[in-house]
Every structure is written in C-alpha cells, then in structure tokens.
Design a protein around this ligand. Structure first.
Ligand SMILES: [Zn+2]
Length: 110
C-alpha cells in the first residue's frame, strides 16, 4: 500500500511530485529518526544516492586557531526529489539502506 502524503515529523517542505519509491520518507515506508544533517552535495554519481559533505570548525587549543574538518555522508535520494552537485540539502538518519547508506535526502535548503 502506498500512502499519498505523510507527515515525517520534520519541518521540511513535502515534495510536490509523488513517487513510488519504497525508500522515500514521504511516499514509501521508510521512517526517519536520529540525526538531521545539513550539508553540501559533493556528487550524485551513485545510483539514486548522493555524497553529502558537512564542514565544521575544530578548535586547536594549543594554537587557539580553528581548522576545517569535514564529514562525508552517503544518502539515498528519493525519486520525488531532484538534487544536483553543489546544492545545500538536509539529510535525515534512517535505517541502513546499504553498506554505507543510512541517511536519506529530505529536501533542499534555500
Ligand atoms: Zn517520494
């Protein structure tokens, strides 16, 4: 059974287009829980998935300076969301979808 629109419990815009993706938090039966991360899309070369990079500053106490640190996340892209390289996106933690994917893209950040 496919539900038409679902409240996923996160304050994001629900995609206007419907999809039949089982691994879609809006139209499928994938539940999101845990972390929500904002990052930049580094690539969408994988099938239906993206590499999202989150940059943060880490303080080095000895020198009282900051360095850039980055974390890379693999995230599934539901069929109703289209993103491209360079976009700011929000990803939400979900169940493990593959060996390296446990996040799903839930929308763009304007
Ligand atoms: Zn969908």
């Amino acid at each position: 059974m496919s539900r038409t629109k679902k409240n996923i419990g996160i304050d994001v815009e629900v995609p206007k287009t419907k999809c039949t993706d089982k691994k879609c938090p809006f139209h499928g039966n994938l539940s999101v829980r845990g972390q929500i991360i904002e990052g930049t899309v580094e690539g969408t070369g994988m099938i239906q998935s993206a590499v999202v990079v989150k940059e943060r500053r880490v303080k080095i106490p000895k020198y009282e300076r900051y360095i850039k640190a980055r974390s890379r996340f693999h995230a599934h892209i539901p069929k109703c969301i289209t993103i491209s390289k360079g976009d700011r996106v929000k990803i939400a933690e979900c169940r493990k979808l593959s060996k390296t994917i446990s996040f799903v893209v839930i929308g763009k950040v304007s």
